[in-house]
Design a protein around this ligand. Structure first.
Ligand code: NAD
Ligand code: TYD
Length: 348
């Protein structure tokens, strides 16, 4: 893996992975980051990398659906590996406006696979980043394993499921070397504040209402983003080609517990203001999956990975980062996202 194309490297997880590869891993090659810079893409997320590694890092603003642009990048940089993060990633947006999810998540992935097919001889690996949401929803017990049948319930998870199938099919049909990872809900620094954890942290800091969907008892498994990055790199290096790996944080929590813990930690480190009183139950999300829980034992047993952060340590690091990075918050809030969130929740 000498010349890695990272798609969506200005988003939350993609930017964390670029920082991880340069600052924490044994990777010594070059990275080309291709990102369309949608509302969720922020080049500032990798600003330190541009300064520190100008010869090994290139950013190109492009759409993965643009076959001509992607083909040129592929040849100009002699790409031999792809780590594919680029996606529309927010379930609520997919319910309101699914079109871009179909385009980017399905057509975009197909486009990349077609490029790989054409330069198969030099190609080392296509690693596809996916989600546990492709497996649907669990009852009170049980876990998603790599053998759980796909049952996606939202336009987002259906589009990710379609992309997973395409990646697997290109491996079987054209012998493209691929790996796929399906992870649980990530959290950590640089997370765009439309998802639960960053939205709640920012609103709690500003003493605004904290929207909790339905009864707040939906359960998610929370994975600290740096633990996720270590897992991706382990799979890219040592994972079985054609294989799928589930990645979870060993950390199942109900939404109301997550929100309450964030309130208590902010009360503790800023000023006790009983922020729990800001919790506002709002109309439930249509088709809201009740519970996700991941069995990561394949990854742990085969590749020796384990999460390092507990929810307590990870959420404290995350809250501290949001408190210390007001400039990033101001920059992100001045964008399109605020008007969408305000409209969606009818907040003033
Ligand atoms: P994100 O929304 O923060 O970032 C997505 C990035 O992709 C943005 O920088 C955006 O500009 C870019 N992008 C979107 N459309 C593009 C296009 N057509 N061409 C090029 N770039 C484009 O998402 P994230 O949270 O960092 O998620 C990254 C990947 O991980 C996604 O594939 C997502 O499905 C998957 N995932 C995320 C989570 C999570 O909890 N965040 C959990 C499971 C899986
Ligand atoms: P989210 O961060 O959107 O991730 P996903 O839908 O991919 O799991 O939501 C996490 C959980 O939090 C999910 O059960 C929906 C819920 N939720 C709220 O209760 N309030 C919110 O404002 C948001 C964004 C999510």
């Amino acid at each position: 893996m000498k010349n890695i194309l990272i798609t969506g490297g200005c988003g939350f997880i993609g930017s964390a992975f670029i920082r991880f590869l340069f600052l924490e891993s044994d990777f010594s090659g070059k990275i080309v980051n291709v990102d369309k810079l949608t509302y969720a893409g922020n080049p500032y997320n990798v600003a330190d990398i541009i300064e520190k590694f100008p010869k090994r890092y290139t950013f190109i603003k492009a759409d993965i659906c643009d076959h001509i642009a992607m083909s040129k990048i592929f040849e100009d940089f002699q790409i031999d590996t792809i780590c594919h993060f680029a996606a529309e990633s927010h379930v609520d947006r997919s319910i309101v406006e699914p079109d871009s999810f179909i385009q980017t998540n399905i057509i975009g992935t197909f486009n990349l696979l077609e490029l790989v097919k054409k330069s198969k001889n030099r190609f080392v690996l296509f690693h596809h980043i996916s989600t546990d949401e492709v497996y649907g929803s669990l009852g009170e017990s049980g876990y998603f394993t790599e053998d759980t049948p796909y049952r996606p319930n939202s336009p987002y998870s259906a589009s990710k499921a379609a992309s997973d199938h395409l990646v697997r099919a290109y491996h079987k049909t054209y012998d493209i070397p691929v790996t796929i990872s399906n992870c649980s809900n990530n959290y950590g620094p640089f997370h765009f504040p439309e998802k639960l954890i960053p939205l709640i942290i920012l609103n709690a800091l500003e003493e605004k209402p904290l929207p909790v969907y339905g009864d707040g008892k939906n359960i998610r498994d929370w994975l600290y983003v740096e633990d996720h990055c270590r897992a991706i790199w382990a799979i890219m290096k040592y994972g079985a080609r054609g294989g799928t790996y589930n990645i979870g944080g060993c950390c199942e929590m109900s939404n109301i517990d997550v929100v309450s813990i964030i309130c208590d930690i902010i009360d503790e480190i800023i000023l006790p203001k009983n922020r729990r009183k800001l919790i506002t139950f709002v109309k439930d999300r249509p088709g809201h999956d009740r519970r996700y829980a991941i069995d990561s034992s394949k990854l742990c047993n085969e590749l020796g990975w384990a999460p390092k952060e507990s929810f307590n340590t990870g959420i404290r690091k995350t809250i501290k980062w949001y408190i210390e990075n007001k400039e990033w918050i101001a920059q992100v809030k001045s964008g399109e996202y605020m008007s969408w969130v305000n409209k969606h929740y009818n907040f003033k």
